[in-house]
Design a protein around this ligand. Sequence first.
Ligand code: SAM
Length: 266
Amino acid sequence: MLRIEVVTLFPEMLRHALGFGVLGRALERGLVTVGTEDPRRYASGPHRSVDGRPYGGGPGMVGMPGPWSAAIDAAASRLAAGAGRPVGPGAGALPRVYLSAQGVRFGQATAREFASGAGFVLVAGRYEGLDERVLESRIDREISLGDFVLSGGEFAALAVIDAVVRLLPGALGDERSGQQESFAEGLLDWPHYTRPVEWEGRCVPEVLQGGHHAQIARWRRKQALGRTWLRRPDLIAALEERGGLDRESRSLLDEFLAEREVEKNG
Ligand code: SAM
């Protein structure tokens, strides 16, 4: 079982969103547990503040070290106890991950890495972020969803949890879905169609209507290669770096490009 702990000021938001679809079913089946820890529980003083004005001035607020570090420690202790493994820095330890626009870009490789581990702590920031000393003392990795700024790390936490959990054995209705989707083999997914066979004058490609499995597989691979070449040439370049496309893939890609040229000109 995968164990995830999330440090957040809005545990309800997270719990509610986790109840649907693939994630909801994975929780029900006991494939994953998601615990939450709210820094407000650890706040002290008359106002039980979890944020303060930034030293040096300027707009916004900053997550205070006391309550945030205490919440991260509580989440890490629960994770360590449940997984029977240490949490923190060092090889083999379970990571405490801060979701941050300044982090390393999250991708399918990281999702696979997390899915094959025993668990991790996600820290969802708010305000201008957390006091830097918390990051220095309590965070092992920083992960970003991309070059944009969210108002809170909860949205990023949900995206990471969803991408990871769908990779767990038994999470998807059909295991093949996970093996065939975008990035699984370094390519984008092929186009999908369902009923009706004709819609607004557009027809489902003929090859998909017959039951010839080898031809369907060939067509799908060709489309996956072609659309990756068109939309994400960086993925094709990465494949080339890792030893290149095999002869069949290369000829399927050439075929796709030749067909596209005919369509464009004709
Ligand atoms: N001052 C921060 C900066 O410029 O990098 C932005 C803080 S943002 C308003 C509040 C929180 O949202 C962050 O602490 C982080 O947890 C989360 N967040 C924002 N953008 C993100 C992204 N691209 N990926 C992951 N988390 C993000």
